[in-house]
Design a protein around this ligand. Structure first.
Ligand SMILES: [Zn+2]
Ligand SMILES: [Zn+2]
Length: 169
């Protein structure tokens, strides 16, 4: 969805996006993706706050199985209109407060809400993905998925303990 900066009313604009047209094709979706977005104008700036609630299909880092990964993320992005006639006050403001904020410069007055949602969804995906905290992963020797099957490695064959047992015996 595209919204023009100047079309945002003074009281702000609230959107609920329940179709998934914005959903990035690189991510596999499982079920519904819900997003809400609120745009509020403040001078040359638009403050976009919102929430994304979606389930994507992730791949576990340990066992490599696919699993449902629910994401629920609240975000805030500040969009600032690029403007040559920026006043001194705003310039100062810019340097004082924006270090920790997620801020983007708008090159024209068009705001692409799909882009905002896509970007925030990517940020919501954790770097480390585990199907479960207790995931036992894959045996590095025989490749068995230890969550569903037993390790197929020969029992204790090369273990230092069995060698020790033989010496003693
Ligand atoms: Zn796993
Ligand atoms: Zn094994």
């Amino acid at each position: 969805m595209k919204i023009d900066f100047n079309e945002i009313p003074d009281e702000g604009l609230s959107l609920t996006v329940d179709d998934a047209e914005w959903f990035p094709p690189e991510l596999e979706r499982s079920g519904k993706a819900l997003a809400s977005l609120r745009l509020k104008r403040s001078g040359q700036r638009v403050i976009a706050t919102g929430r994304i609630s979606a389930t994507v299909i992730g791949e576990c880092d340990r066992c490599l199985e696919k699993f449902d990964l629910p994401l629920d993320s609240e975000f805030r992005v500040d969009l600032e209109l690029a403007d040559d006639s920026r006043t001194f006050g705003e310039e100062k403001d810019h340097f004082c407060h924006d270090n920790e904020l997620d801020m983007e410069i708008l090159q024209d007055t068009e705001i692409n809400t799909d882009d905002i949602l896509r970007q925030q969804l990517y940020l919501a995906v954790p770097v480390k993905k585990l199907c479960s905290e207790e995931c036992r992963g894959i045996c590095s020797k025989c490749g068995a998925n230890l969550n569903v099957e037993a390790c197929r490695c020969p029992p204790e064959a090369s273990s230092p303990f069995s060698v020790l047992a033989k010496l003693k015996g």
